[in-house]
Design a protein around this ligand. Structure first.
Ligand code: PEP
Ligand code: MG
Length: 604
């Protein structure tokens, strides 16, 4: 799971049984497209616990139900343990610990006692015991014991699901010919990565924002997605017919004939719009006045390299290599990585490929590393910090990248640089990686090493970083998160995560000026560059390279072609002096929206 533990609280969900369900839910438009399909509820962590008092005569039945559920959970854990490969000791130990918990008097006897004394149903009794045990761990002085709270939770939830007949795994898609829409409280990037082949066409989550890695991956995999809909799991049941509008971020619940007709029309118009953009494919990206802009693609999965080329991308501005590391037990070996990178380079050559070293941690959890459980993972052992801690793993990746660079134009980019020392240490590792290759008689060329500017400290130090970097790429997703102190996965503050905030625009401007002064190229690869109103403004701020979702290339190209550089520059000067994100947005809309209505509302 990602960083947001826990689900909707029980009281809210119970209220949901009597509350009138809304006809639509509004969330973040995380991945475009329109779907009419059947809901498939996926509840894994917190389950809605039915709480009821029972008659004297029912007490022993409840105790028997509890024992049955514990037996079933035990069998399930043993079955999972049996499927683990020999070398996965750690996972097997965790399962062992969970199995032991199922025999623990603290859990079993206490729950039975509470059922008998309080005369309550098994689910309620179990939840109460679990909370009590967690509170005991909470008070523990030792960090290790405090962290066992989540194990108690996992075991408790597993038994609860047995009691309530809920499944633990991603369920199978409907096979009635209708698209399946997964409805979950939260989905991690690893969950999304495991969806291919499961027949799921889209999803809606209660939590999350459109710049989370879950959303980014959904776009890469062309799943229609709405995130942060807050009450989706409360009001939607498996089998419900839904209209999932990934363009507007709306979910229509149990749509009527008029809703279905409207969805069908929008879907057709959107398909026509996507088709009409095909004409942009072979055009060079440029402003209306002819000023060229290198428009590259952000990719997450190797097959997207071809999609990027097909959409007319001028290279890959960001390959998020970390997706090679999730959902596996050990980091990918050099040879495997080399083959993947080489494949991408060959597909994209003679255009450039920007390989970013792994950005794991934060909301990108990987089973290939022993990541510590952190209170604030986004501020913890993430990206280059993890790389410099796991140097062997890091150099394995660098060696694979250096080798791939012999196959076509490549540059290497480091995420989340906060200090010059980190950059220097990366350089040392890169030199060592070359040396290790030389020792194997593999001689490689120098490869440009650049940094992502996505922490406030990197912005402040941009002049000095520019002297030691071959290029910059501004990561506005994180720059917004770290500058405005807004967790990028948190739907409660997602409304404040505005790249149009003057603070962000000033940070971009400072970075671009530092890059220009040092004579190095500067790109921007955050989601902001895919925003049609933002793209020309970024050019006005001095950027001449943007990297966007492959599917956004054509529309960004079209948007840029409607605005002159002069117009964009004049607006950039003006907005750098604005007071709030709202003022900036209003100004930008007033200036640009008129000439790109068709692009901004593609299904209207
Ligand atoms: C960013 O932070 O803007 C970025 C492009 O990197 P990621 O989204 O992978 O963190
Ligand atoms: Mg980032």
């Amino acid at each position: 799971m990602g960083t947001h533990a826990g689900g909707p609280d029980d009281s809210g969900r119970r209220a949901g049984l009597t509350e009138e369900p809304p006809s639509r839910l509004v969330g973040g438009a995380a991945s475009p497209g329109l779907l009419v399909g059947r809901a498939l509820l996926f509840e894994r962590r917190r389950v809605n616990v039915p709480k009821r008092h029972v008659e004297d005569s029912e007490v022993e039945t409840e105790v028997a139900r509890l024992r049955g559920a514990i037996d079933a959970a035990r069998a399930q854990l043993r079955a999972i343990r049996a499927t683990l490969p020999e070398d996965s000791q750690d996972h097997s130990l965790i399962l062992e610990a969970h199995l032991l918990m199922l025999d623990d008097a603290l859990l079993v006897d206490d729950t039975e006692d509470v059922i008998r004394v309080e005369k309550i149903n098994a689910e309620w009794g179990l939840r109460r015991t679990v909370e009590k045990i967690k509170a005991l761990f909470e008070r523990a002085e030792d960090d290790y014991f405090r962290e066992r709270r989540s194990d108690v939770d996992f075991v408790g939830e597993r038994v609860l699901r047995q009691l309530m007949g809920h499944s633990q795994e991603l369920p199978k898609a409907h096979d009635d010919g209708q698209p399946t829409i997964l409805v979950a409280h939260e989905l991690s990037p690893a969950d999304i990565a495991s969806l291919p082949g499961k027949g799921v066409a889209g999803f809606v989550t209660d939590v999350g924002s459109t710049t989370s890695h879950t959303a980014i991956l959904a776009r890469a995999m062309q799943l229609v997605a709405v995130v942060g809909a807050q009450t989706a799991t409360k009001f939607i049941a498996t089998g419900d017919l839904l209209v999932l509008d990934g363009l507007k971020g709306v979910v229509v619940l149990r749509p009527g004939a008029a809703d279905l007709l409207a969805a069908d029309r929008r879907k057709k118009r959107y398909a026509l719009f996507v088709k009409s953009l095909d004409a942009q494919r072979d055009r060079i990206a440029a402003m209306k006045c002819g000023t060229p802009v290198a428009l590259r693609a952000n990719i997450e999965l190797p097959p997207e390299a071809q999609i990027a080329v097909d959409h007319g991308a001028d290279g890959v501005g960001l390959y998020r290599t970390e997706f090679l590391y999730i959902d596996r037990r050990s980091p990918p070996p050099e040879e495997e990585q080399f083959e993947v990178y080489r494949g991408i380079v060959k597909t994209v050559s003679p255009r450039i490929v920007t390989l970013r070293t792994f950005d794991i941690g934060g909301d990108k959890f990987s089973t290939a590393f022993r990541l510590p459980r952190e209170m604030n993972p986004a501020l913890g052992l993430r990206a280059v910090r993890l790389a410099l801690q796991e140097r062997e793993v890091f150099r394995t990746q660098l060696r694979a990248m250096l080798r791939a660079a012999m196959e076509g134009p490549v540059r290497i980019m480091v995420p989340m640089i906060a200090t010059l020392s980190e950059l220097r240490e990366v350089k040392t590792e890169l030199a060592l990686a070359r040396q290790e290759l030389a020792e194997r008689n593999i001689h490689v060329n120098d490869v440009p090493l650049g940094v992502m500017i996505e922490t406030p400290s990197a912005v402040f130090m941009a002049d000095q970083l520019a002297r030691e970097s071959a290029f910059f790429s501004i990561g506005t997703n994180d720059l917004v998160q770290y500058s405005l102190a807004i967790d990028r996965g948190n739907e409660h503050v997602a409304f404040m995560a505005r790249p149009f905030d003057p603070a962000i625009l000033r940070a971009i401007s400072m970075t671009v000026r530092a890059a220009h002064a040092a004579g190095i190229p500067c790109s921007l690869c955050g989601t902001m560059a895919s925003d049609l109103l933002a793209a020309p403004l970024l050019v006005g701020l001095g950027l001449r390279e943007l990297s966007v979702d492959p599917h956004a290339i054509a529309s960004v190209k079209a948007a840029l072609s409607r605005i002159t550089l002069r117009e964009a520059e004049a607006l950039a000067v003006e907005v750098l002096d604005c007071d709030t994100a709202e003022t900036v947005k209003t100004r930008v809309e007033a200036q640009f929206a008129g000439s790109m209505r068709d692009l901004l509302e593609p299904a209207e």
